[in-house]
Design a protein around this ligand. Structure first.
Ligand SMILES: Cc1ncc(COP(=O)(O)O)c(C=O)c1O
Length: 305
């Protein structure tokens, strides 16, 4: 459960640099009404952040209405990867609003046609079909569904297992949260899907067997940790429909080692398993390449971006 910051305005050192300006008490006394309204009408989970009331944001700067200016190190949970209010993004939104079409669900439109073609053109084979959804969680749910449908088609009723990684995050809806790697986050579900299972993520902060700088490290040894976890859970590779991973785990800011990822690709090819990369946090340039998977020289079967 989120903890709330207490609303106690404090005298703060005045700051005036290129990217930061603090000229008031923090939190700003005049902002108490806004905070009170939010706390009155929203659930507790929405009130865990510092009491800075965002008014506008540009590039990596956030401004309040009271003359203060901060650097947004969160980048809106990596959403503002092109910068807040990037003029190209802003103008495209304005242009579309002025054009006079804000919604057309699954009915055809020229603009949607242009977008899906563009996304397909910039993606390598086999990532050529595009399905536009509103949130990352929906993309996760859809990926689970597609993998299970494919699994059953090619391998029968038992090929339904979805394998994901400890500490992974794939969203907050029912399937997405079960695909996530936090046991605590799913306690409330009680009746967990027995066919969504986790294996350890090769995380060098946690495990020496995953640390490429450890003298005893090898890709085989590292990948075997994943295989032995499957064995311990009595999971037959033939029953796996899909394996899903973030290309870097947001929780640790760590990329999987390329050798292990290539072994994962080989394993999925061998057992006709859909390899799903969740790049809701990594995609579109946020790891320095257009897609995170380009760091590994492999391509997934399904990409969530
Ligand atoms: C890797 C990853 N997958 C899925 C999601 C869920 O996306 P959304 O919050 O849009 O449902 C997130 C959100 O932070 C994410 O980081």
């Amino acid at each position: 459960m989120s903890r709330r910051f207490e609303f106690v305005p404090r005298d703060t050192k005045k700051i005036e640099t290129k990217n930061r300006r603090i000229v008031t008490k923090i939190p700003v006394p005049e902002s108490s009404e806004i905070i009170e309204e939010l706390r009155k009408y929203e659930p507790l989970s929405m009130s865990g952040q510092p009491l800075v009331v965002w008014d506008r944001a540009e590039g990596f700067n956030v401004y309040d209405k009271f003359g203060n200016k901060w650097i947004d190190f969160s980048s809106g949970v990596v959403v503002a990867n092109a910068g807040h209010c990037n003029p190209k993004v802003k103008n495209a939104i304005i242009e579309q609003a002025e054009h006079g079409l804000l919604f057309n669900y699954c009915f055809p439109s020229e603009i949607r046609g242009k977008l899906v073609k563009k996304l397909s053109d910039i993606s390598p084979e086999p990532l050529k079909k595009v399905f536009l959804l509103s949130t990352g969680s929906e993309a996760t749910e859809c990926a689970i569904k597609l993998a299970r449908k494919y699994g059953q088609k090619v391998g029968g009723k038992k090929k339904i297992k979805i394998i994901t990684f400890d500490d992974a995050f794939h969203g907050r809806t029912l399937g997405a949260i079960q695909a996530g790697g936090s046991k605590k986050a799913k306690e409330w579900i009680v009746n967990l899907d027995p066919d969504i299972n986790q294996v350890p993520y090769p995380n060098s902060f946690k495990y020496s067997w995953a640390d490429v700088n450890d003298p005893t490290y090898s890709d085989d040894k590292c990948f075997n940790k994943i295989l032995s976890s499957l064995q311990k859970q009595n999971i037959e590779p033939e029953h796996i429909a899909g394996i899903m991973s973030e290309t870097f785990q947001g929780a640790w800011m760590e990329l999987m080692t390329p050798g292990v990822t290539r072994k994962l690709r080989e394993f999925c090819d061998k057992f006709n398993i859909v390899l799903i990369f969740d790049e809701v946090q990594a995609g579109f340039g946020r790891t320095g390449k257009l897609f995170g998977f380009e760091h590994y020289n492999i391509v997934p079967d399904n990409l969530l971006c």
